[in-house]
Ligand binder design. Structure first.
Ligand code: AVJ
Length: 325
């Protein structure tokens, strides 16, 4: 299977480490403190996220999976043979549903998974190669911003860029605008974009999904501090912070924060900075925006991506949109 796998790493280059160092300094010294959610996904964080996807309260994965199972063959028929490029591929569990559909139509299979967790990326790629004997994988260990500038040349008639799992919800409006500019610069006319988005729904359902009874989401949130400790030689004590997640109804977004339980000063040796937390002060680790299908289509349209078809579940909890540049 060796010649069917290419793995490229764009994470620990000097330029990227430098940029991320600046990003963390900025995030921890500003008021309010925030960090991008990509820092959740060290290898432990990626595994905790896989556990989150199985939680009874966490409906998005289950709901999107059901939509994909129902409509994957329709998607494959609409696009015809194409390369699947996926941003934030993780364990590629939902992608297998798409691969199965393309395989069933006897289309050649080529997959370009992109993920910030290099360990998860490589393990997943190896598994996929044994599960799909004709599959070619070109994996990129990278953030999606960098990956979009480093995509390998297309080897098939067309491409579909998959951004499923409502990862888009992690981006604020400015980041979203910049992201779509990059997407439309990267794709060529006629290529496809598959988007999965979590939809607006009552607050109680949303808040339960981010405050699970088993405390896995809390562990996932707190693990970001472990990641920072290792990566930047910091001294966060996880027992001195608590998980806090709520639905901000005005902004239509879940917010996840880590709240300091006391006044404390954190040292980040690698960055040569100190971050001061007052008791009760929070570090926002993630926003997870909740969308409206019509609005999202109008937004995509304004970005030059026209919706070919969209699908949802019977409760309209999650949406899947197939668009074309
Ligand atoms: C992977 C960004 C879609 O926002 O629901 C799950 C991440 N955070 N539980 C989400 C997450 C807390 C997830 N996304």
């Amino acid at each position: 299977s060796q010649n069917r796998l290419t793995l490229e790493q764009f994470l620990n280059t000097q330029a990227i480490s430098h940029a991320e160092g600046l990003e963390v300094i900025q995030g921890l010294t500003q008021n309010p403190k925030t960090l991008p959610p990509k820092y959740f996904y060290d290898s432990k964080g990626s595994h905790l996220f896989e556990q989150i996807c199985q939680l009874p309260e966490y409906y998005p994965t289950r709901t999107e999976t059901a939509i994909l199972k129902q409509y994957a063959s329709e998607i494959a028929q609409l696009t015809g043979p194409c390369e699947l490029v996926e941003l934030g591929s993780g364990s590629s569990t939902k992608t297998r549903i798409l691969l199965d559909a393309y395989q069933k139509l006897e289309f050649p299979l080529r997959y370009i998974p992109i993920d910030v967790s290099a360990g998860m990326l490589e393990d997943t790629a190896q598994k996929l190669l044994t599960e799909y004997p004709s599959l070619q994988v070109h994996a990129l260990a990278s953030t999606y911003e960098v990956a979009l500038t480093k995509l390998p040349p297309t080897k098939m008639p067309t491409r579909m860029l998959c951004f499923i799992g409502s990862t888009l919800g992690n981006l604020d409006l400015d980041e979203c605008d910049r992201f779509f500019s990059q997407v439309t610069d990267t794709l060529t006319e006629g290529e496809y974009f598959l988007l999965g988005v979590d939809l607006q729904k009552p607050k109680e359902i949303l808040e339960a999904a981010y405050n699970d009874a088993q405390g896995i989401t809390a562990e996932f949130n707190l693990n970001l501090l472990n990641h920072l400790n290792r990566r930047f030689q910091a001294n966060f004590d996880l027992s001195l912070f608590e998980h806090w997640a709520f639905y901000n109804e005005d902004a239509r977004q879940i917010e996840m924060h880590l709240r300091s339980l006391k006044d404390q000063v954190i040292h980040l040796r690698e960055l040569q900075i100190e971050a001061t937390f007052a008791a009760g002060e929070t570090l926002r680790t993630e926003i997870s925006r909740k969308f409206e299908l019509q609005q999202m289509q109008a937004y995509l349209q304004a970005k030059g991506l026209k919706t070919l078809k969209y699908w949802t579940d019977s409760r309209q909890w999650f949406g899947l949109i197939l668009a074309q540049l």
